[in-house]
Design a protein around this ligand. Structure first.
Ligand code: 3H9
Length: 714
């Protein structure tokens, strides 16, 4: 075959470079191993093996990355041959040396392709990993058998059970990568291929030939039993409730105990068990929900190709915990920030708190000293609104009071340039009302960050009545730049997340009056899978925050039972961790929560006063169902009202802002898993048994029972 001849089987092409054949894969966006790619690899490999002129083979990709994994959208559909493990067995068995040319993100099945090749050449900053556990899976094409052979047991356990990638540079030190190629920004892809071909010639010249990872031995010591034991315990804590990481440990242990082929067969069985589990279905739903959220639904995206406004300079109003965190988000991506406070004292306090938080990032190795100073230098304090004249966007993070917000927005409207976007970080207030205090309501919207804003992934982008498409799209794009999962939502009290959270919290408060203890409620919800219980969360964020928001909303004050337990805490000065006591008492040194029996007496007295019958046999299941069904019911209402446009958006919000367990996929996905009929039956029981004021089945749920539809697909 001469160079101009090519055996083209889209999306995989076979090209000849002298005596080196290049199997080139092009399957945008991430070169996933779809059925056509698997077929293409097999066919090109056969052709290259048969061609006597070909002495070695390079596997390479076109585009922004080497293969980033199996095609996740194919899971859940009938599997088509050739299956990936069989494809990779053919690479492994090939009689000619195969070299993988790696760049971008080499993940999952993509990394397994690389491990099945005989040598690996990579650009220095390439990221390689086996993130299958993040999808409720284990590597299913040999990863658990190959990686321990090449990188050692410790490294394989870490990479596979935690699912975190490493750079090629680090893996070079562990023997996974054979040659590192320095980045050449203009010609990265081309220069890498050239280096991989040169490497192939070196292999031929030095007579090294094929080197099959499958035939390598795993280095073990007597203590490997102990090592697996330690990892099982560690993972039980780190990935609470998740089955895949434990299956991954079993598979890696098989690599030590069994010959390669048998270990691979066991891995396949475990992979299929995980793939077909409800946990993996939920985690794959989560993966696509987060990516879908970034794409605006039709109702927000009427004009294609709207030009985005450039955002180079921003301002944040308020240097408290929230404002400071928001300023850090911007500085983290290199945007210069004007941070405005009312007084020099407040400003100095705010800037010092920001430095402390950057220092913490430094001590955890997340940034280096140069980055710390660079980021600090991007945040410039001011007490003068006139300094905000040139900024492209302002995020207001001041007190949650309508009068205060309106005053600020009116001032911003006067001082900021005409096309500057004015955003509020309000958690509850009516953004339409805030927008009316400006002469540019089309440029006003909500950017609802979550505490700590520099860490939490969620950003609710709240589109008000007058917000124009350009403003919305510019802020969605900015959210992506900040590394957030940005979800467009509509205006209502609490938007999507907090409106649902208030139903969840309402039930926790009702249960306190009915006789459940804070610890009983929090333990039940942690056992269910939440990262923290609702009352510990309240103590952490400050019970007075939501209290103040309720004071602003007269309708919520009409029911004397509504959040009465929380109100009692605030009235007693028990605001949470910041005052050393809330639903719990906090040790002044360790800050650890301690059960405080005295609050039970307070709730019991109030229950008597309000005529609430206390019970002491409230089950864990009742607590879990009441809190979660309240969430689902409100989520369904929010969907019907169009405040959220897709059920998957609600799930993305709960997964990224509220510690909802990823292996349950979000409240809408979980509702399908439980069964909508069971959820509705539960709601009816609570309506009869308890506070009928709140338990009205959302019409959408009733409709889905009749149509046998799925809530998560609405
Ligand atoms: C596996 O490999 C199992 C094997 O062990 C065994 C099998 C037998 N499949 O994230 P982005 C799409 S499990 C299908 O916005 P970024 C994504 O939906 C897999 N589609 O870009 C989106 O589509 P759209 C193990 C995929 O630059 C577009 O690509 N691998 C896949 O921020 C862009 O994605 C993983 O878990 C896929 N595998 O990040 C890696 N990956 O534009 C999962 C992406 O239509 N992927 N898409 O919305 C990622 O982590 C990130 O996508 C990546 C790029 C880092 C690659």
């Amino acid at each position: 075959m001469n160079p101009s001849q090519s055996n083209k089987i889209a999306p995989v092409t076979l090209l000849n470079r002298g005596s080196i054949a290049v199997i080139s894969i092009e399957n945008a966006p991430v070169n996933a191993l779809s059925h056509a790619v698997r077929e293409g690899i097999v066919s090109c490999l056969k052709a290259a093996e048969k061609d006597n002129g070909v002495k070695a083979i390079v596997v390479s990709c076109v585009g922004s990355t080497f293969i980033a994994g199996a095609d996740i959208s194919e899971f859940g559909q009938p599997a088509l041959e050739p299956h990936l493990p069989d494809v990779l067995a053919q690479l492994d068995r090939c009689s000619k040396p195969i070299i993988a040319a790696l760049f971008g993100t080499v993940l999952g099945g993509g990394f397994e392709v690389a491990l099945s090749c005989h040598y690996r050449v990579a650009l220095t900053h390439t990221k390689l990993g086996l993130p299958e556990v993040t999808l409720g899976l284990i590597p299913g094409a040999g990863g658990t058998q190959l990686l321990p052979r090449l990188a050692g047991l410790e490294m394989a356990l870490e990479m596979i059970t935690l699912g975190k990638p490493h750079t090629a540079k680090k893996l070079f030190d562990h023997g996974v990568i054979d040659l590192l190629v320095e980045e050449d920004s203009s010609l990265a892809e081309g220069s890498l291929l050239k280096q991989a071909i040169l490497f192939a010639y070196t292999i031929l010249d030095t007579g090294q030939g094929v080197r099959r990872v499958s035939q390598m031995n795993i280095e073990t010591s007597d203590s490997h039993v102990e090592l697996f034991d330690q990892w099982r315990k560690k993972i039980a804590k780190k990935a609470r409730g998740q089955k895949a990481p434990q299956c991954a440990i079993d598979a890696i242990e098989n690599a030590v105990l069994l010959p390669f082929e048998e270990g691979k067969k066991c891995e396949r069985d475990l992979f299929i068990k995980c793939r077909d589990s409800s946990q993996s279905t939920a985690m794959r739903h989560a993966f696509f929900a987060e990516r879908r959220a970034a794409k605006l639904p039709e109702c927000y995206d009427k004009t294609q190709n709207t030009p985005l406004l450039p955002i180079k300079q921003v301002a944040v109003i308020g240097a408290g915990t929230m404002g400071g965190g928001i300023a850090m988000c911007f500085a983290n991506v290199g945007l210069s920030v004007k941070l405005l406070e009312m007084s020099e004292d407040n400003l100095a306090r705010g800037l010092s708190a920001i430095r402390t938080r950057f220092d913490q990032a430094l001590s955890r190795g997340l940034i280096n000293e140069v980055q710390l100073e660079q980021r600090m230098s991007l945040i410039v304090g001011t007490c003068d609104y006139e300094d905000l004249a040139d900024v492209d966007l302002v995020v207001e993070a001041a007190f949650e009071t309508m009068a205060v917000k309106q005053q600020i927005f009116s001032t911003l409207d006067q001082v900021c340039k005409v096309d500057a976007i004015l955003a509020t970080n309000t958690s509850y207030l009516d953004i339409d009302e805030i927008a009316q205090s400006t002469s540019r309501s089309h440029k006003v919207l909500g950017m609802h960050f979550f505490t700590p804003a520099n860490i939490m992934k969620l950003l609710e982008v709240v589109c008000a009545d007058d917000t124009d498409e350009q403003t919305l799209k510019t802020v969605m794009a900015l959210g992506k730049k900040l590394g957030k999962v940005s979800v467009a939502v509509g205006v209502c009290y609490g938007f999507v997340g907090n409106r649902m959270y208030s139903c969840y919290g309402r039930e926790a408060n009702m249960l306190l009056l009915e006789g459940a203890s804070p610890d009983q409620i929090d333990t039940a919800m942690r056992n269910w899978g939440m990262a923290m219980g609702p009352l510990a969360v309240n103590d952490m964020s400050g019970i007075d925050i939501a209290y103040k928001a309720r004071q602003e909303n007269a309708i919520l004050k009409q029911d004397p039972l509504y959040f009465r337990a929380s109100d009692l805490m605030v009235e007693a000065g028990r605001l949470g961790q910041k005052t050393g006591m809330g639903f719990y008492r906090y040790d002044s040194d360790t800050k650890k929560p301690q059960i405080d029996e005295s609050v039970l007496v307070v709730f019991a007295k109030e229950a008597l006063k309000l005529g609430v019958l206390q019970r002491h046999n409230i089950s864990q299941e009742e607590i879990q169902n009441r809190l979660v069904f309240a969430l689902i019911n409100e989520g369904a209402r929010i969907l019907s009202e169009g405040i959220a446009t897709r059920a998957s958006d609600i799930d993305a919000i709960w997964l990224n802002g509220y510690g909802f367990p990823r292996h349950l996929g979000g409240p809408m996905c979980y509702a399908d898993e439980v069964g909508i009929d069971k959820v509705v039956a539960g709601i009816k029981v609570y309506q009869e048994q308890g506070n009928g004021l709140y338990w009205h089945t959302a019409e959408l749920l009733e409709r889905l029972i009749i149509s046998r539809g799925k809530l998560s697909q609405q």
